[in-house]
Structure formats: C-alpha cells, structure tokens
Design a protein around this ligand. Structure first.
Ligand code: SF4
Length: 473
C-alpha cells in the first residue's frame, strides 16, 4: 500500500473539517472504551496477566531467530511449507506463484494487515486472480473501490449504516436494507458463492505457535474458518514477530487480546490450525503455506524500538488516543493508524516518509496505560522525535528553536529572566481578555485554538510571593 504519511497535516485538517466522520468515531470510541473497561475487571489480576503477556512477547523478540526456526521445523513436520518474504513485493510474488501453481483463479481472504502492507489485492488482480475479502468490514471497503482500512480491527469504522446501505444497494442491486442484521445477511449471501468456489484461502495469523507449528486465528464473524478450511490451498501471511513459544503462552495472550481489542472475554471464533488435512478429516486444506514476512521487522530487533515488536494488534491504543479519535485512521496515511502506527510507519516505511507521525500524539500516555503488552508508546514516540532531530529531518526553525531553548534552560538566571519577559509580554498582548487569539510567533498553532492569557507573573514569582521571599534565579 502506498505510504501517504507525509501528508499527515493536510489529511488531519481535512478529517477535522469532516463533522460526519467525527460523529462516527465518537460513537465507536464509546463502545470500545466502555467494553474494554468492563472486560478487564473479569480477570482477577489483569495487571499481572498483562505483565505475563508482555514477558512472553519479550522472550520471543529477544530470541526471535530461535523461535522462528523452532516454528519452521514443527510446521514442516505437519506437512506445511514455510516461505520467507523480505518485503511486500516478495509477498506478492510468492502468493501469486502459489496461486498459479495450483491453478487458482479466485481467492477468499480473511483479514490480514500484512496483505494491506504488501498491496496484495492489487498484485493478484494484475495477475488475473480475483481476491475476495470476506471480513464484513474489509468486504465493504473492497466493494467501495479498494478503500484502505481506517482501524486495525474495525476497518470500516469510518462508515455509517447509511453509507453501507447505499453502497450495498448500488453494488448488489437489491432493495436497500436499513438495519445491520439485514445488511450482514445480504453480504453473507453474496460471499457464500465465493466461499464455495474459491480454490485458495488467505488468512493472517494472530499468533504462530512454535511448539506445535500452528497458526492461531481470532475472529468474530466465522469467515476465517471458511477461508482456512474450505479451499484446497490455505496461505497464512504474517509478520515474523507473531510467533509465541507454547500453547500455554497462547492461552495467556488470549486472556488479554480480545478484552483489549473488542472488550470480549473471548472472540466469537478462536481457531488453532495445525497442518494439512489428514486422512479422515472432514475438511481442511490439502496444501498449507506460511509466508513469514520481514518488511523491516528484523531491523527493529535490538534497537531502541525493540518493544514495538511485542504488539499483538489489539487496537486499544487507537481506541483510547485523543488524536485518533478526532481524525480517524486514514489521516495517518498508511496501514497502521493511531499511536502504534505512528511508531511502526516511520520504522517500516522510513522516518523521512512519516515526518509528522511521531508528533501526532499528545503524549498523554493513555495508549501506554491500556496496551496489553506494556509497550511504552509515548517513550518510543519521543525517541523517534529525537532521531528525526539528530538526522536533521525537522524544519530548520524548529531545530534552531530547540537548541536555543536547550542552551537557555541550562542557565537558570537567563531562563528566569526570559520567562519573566515572556509572561509579561503575553499579558500585555492579552490586555483585559482572558484568551489570546493569535500568538505572533506561532500563528499556525493558534489558528485552531486560543491561548489562555497568563496571570502576569511567573510560577517562581507566585511561589515566592506565597512564601514571602524573593524569587530565586
Ligand atoms: S501497541 Fe499495544 S495497544 Fe496498540 S495495538 Fe499494539 S498491543 Fe494493542
């Protein structure tokens, strides 16, 4: 998928002006946040479970090569084939080759963010193979002209019921439905034919289990099971960081994933798929392929940003992020939105291609508080900002300003004098008003907000006055 993160500011401005989008985000946020808060109270000690989940993910990432080799050996024992892809282009090439080798012309897909990263649908279509998205949200986006998802677990969260009703009426040519069950039934009827006629199914993988060579899939719609068991060929596409050591570890992670994602104790469907169809099995693929994708992940191992590889793609950070909740996912310009996307996009797509994303956060730490694997997202965003400044990627004025501020901040007398002059200047600027409409040195910043007028004295002066002493430099 093309990276459009360089246009973050323009995208965000457009999203802010879209009142309908903000209404949809507001109602979705309420559902996710409230349900998660309720669901975590069901676990006796959620913080301890969260720490255990984080420890499992850290153990894997610290020895990723070892766990991947163990997974590969076990998967091969079950009759699967394991392929390695360096990047999205290689994913597209490998999957197209598999489809052609097995004479496949139609592929059903359950949700896979990696296939979005790789732009797989476009590559398959170019090769004359029809990909059919079967997750309801992804299906809506596909029939609406391959629109990208705006949330990692609710891809069509930016669409309203009316939007979907109009869309289905147009593309299916059936009477317009006005309620969700009727629309879902209509999509199911259309998809049923595809499920029965597809020669290959593509799924993502929430986790790969090294102990058994299995893939674990967490879904709510049942489409994942149809995609992975009906066609002759099943291809799992997933990042190399998704491996977990044992089934017991998987059970721990499953105590935090659905609760953090959709506020469910357990998802409607949870599948652990191991190997190809054996004699006597009623269903299952004759051929199973794992395409394990690097695409920048290996370069993150052992760096300051190592912790982001613990991510289990629950979406809780974006559900609780005031920035995501105001502008939605498309503004971030790539596959992964919200705080995790603001860390992942610069790492995977290049810092210079996502200049504003590390700054697309208030650093309020809501994301860090809710992350089920304790990823210190605000800290990672701050480190990315440092890297940008070190590499000279921020605007010159900003870099000079920060250097100047750093120099002054190391000289307390000068700092106190500067603060006194600044506060008095702002007070003069405000006059009798309690707000300043336009800040002369930051007109852009104050274009969308007012600056509260200061009291007229610095904190040091007020503090000293309260103690009856003179302010210290
Ligand atoms: S960073 Fe944490 S909260 Fe965000 S999607 Fe990943 S696991 Fe979930």
């Amino acid at each position: 998928m093309e990276v459009k993160s360089m246009h973050f500011k323009a995208n965000a401005s457009a999203a802010l002006a879209n009142a309908a989008l903000r209404g949809k985000l507001k109602s979705a946020k309420g559902t996710f946040v409230v349900k998660r808060a309720e669901a975590i109270t069901e676990v006796d000690d959620f913080e301890a479970t969260r720490a255990a989940a984080a420890a499992i993910r850290s153990r894997v990432i610290d020895n990723l090569d070892l766990w991947l080799e163990r997974f590969e050996r076990k998967a091969l024992d079950t009759g699967a084939k394991v392929l390695w892809a360096r990047d999205g282009a290689e994913v597209c090439r490998l999957v197209t080759e598999i489809a052609k080798r097995h004479g496949v012309t139609k592929i059903t897909k359950s949700k896979s963010m990696l296939s979005e990263e790789a732009g797989l649908n476009q590559a398959l279509e170019a090769a004359g193979i029809q990909p059919v998205e079967t997750d309801l949200g992804e299906y809506i986006l596909q029939v609406d002209g391959n629109e990208p998802p705006s949330h990692i677990i609710a891809p069509a969260v930016h669409k309203s019921l009316d939007d979907v009703a109009d869309l289905f009426h147009k593309v299916h040519g059936k009477p317009r439905k006005t309620d969700i069950p009727a629309l879902a039934r209509e999509a199911r009827e259309v998809l049923r034919g595809h499920f029965l006629s597809a020669g290959m199914g593509i799924s993502g993988g929430n986790f790969l289990v090294a102990e058994t060579g299995s893939v674990a899939l967490v879904t709510n719609e049942g489409n994942g099971r149809m995609v992975t068991t009906l066609p002759r060929v099943h291809v799992v596409i997933t990042g190399i960081e998704k491996v977990v050591p044992t089934l017991e570890d998987l059970a721990t992670l499953m105590r935090v994933l659905p609760r953090s994602a959709s506020g469910q104790s357990i998802s409607n469907y949870f599948s652990i798929l191991t190997g190809i169809r054996r004699a006597g099995d009623l269903d299952g693929p004759e051929h199973l392929y794992f395409v394990l994708v690097d695409s920048g992940r290996a370069d993150v191992v052992g760096t300051d940003f190592h912790a982001i590889l613990r991510c289990i793609r629950c979406g809780a950070c974006m559900n609780h992020c005031p920035v995501y909740q105001t502008i939605g996912g498309h503004a971030y310009g790539w596959v992964y939105p919200g705080p995790m996307g603001s860390v992942l996009t610069p790492l995977y797509a290049g810092l210079e291609n996502a200049l504003d994303l590390p700054h697309a956060a208030t650093l309020c730490n809501q994301c860090g508080i809710v992350c089920p694997v304790n990823i210190p997202l605000p800290e990672l965003l701050r480190k990315l900002r440092e890297k940008q400044t070190e590499r000279g990627l921020r605007p010159l004025g900003e870099r000079i300003g920060l250097r100047l501020w750093g120099w002054i901040a190391q000289r307390p007398g000068l700092y106190a004098l500067g603060a006194r002059i600044g506060v008095r200047y702002l007070k003069w600027l405000a006059g009798d008003a309690d707000r300043i409409r336009v800040l002369p040195l930051a007109p852009e910043w104050s274009r969308g907000r007012d600056f509260p007028a200061p009291e007229g004295r610095t904190f040091r002066e007020l503090y000293a006055a309260g103690r009856g002493s003179r302010p210290r430099a």
